[in-house]
Write a protein of this length. Sequence first.
Length: 137
Amino acid sequence: MIKVAGVWEQGWNTPLSEYDLWAYPLRDFGVDEWYMTPVSGIDRPGITELKSLDEVVSLNPGLVPVYVDEASETDLRNFDHPEDVLYICGKASYSPWRASGATGTSIRIKTIQDKGLLWPHQCMTLILYDRMLKSWQ
C-alpha cells in the first residue's frame, strides 16, 4: 500500500493549478491514495483533502510514515522503502517532520548544490521512481 500526503503551496500557485503537478506522476506510479492539506475545497478525482498532516497520519495507523526533509541524515539512495508506506511532504521551505517534532523515518534527496530546493511534487516523483527501481532489483 502506497499513500502520499502533501501541503498545498497556496502562495505561488493555487490548488487547481498545483493539482496536475501532483496527480499525473502519482497516478503513473500507482499510488493508492493521495491526501493534501489544508482543505481548499477543490473537487478533483483521486484526492482527499484533510485539515492537517497529523490527521492524515492518524487515519493511516498501519502505514509507516516517511517524511521528506532536506536535513534528514538518511539519503534516498540508501533508503529501503517499506512495503506499506505513507510518504509525507511539506511544501517549499516547510518541513512537517521538523515543525511537528515527528518521530520516525525521514529521507532527503541529495542534489548537486544540496540546498533542498526541490518542489514537493518533484521530490515525490523522485521517491516513487527510486522505489520502482529498487523493486526491480
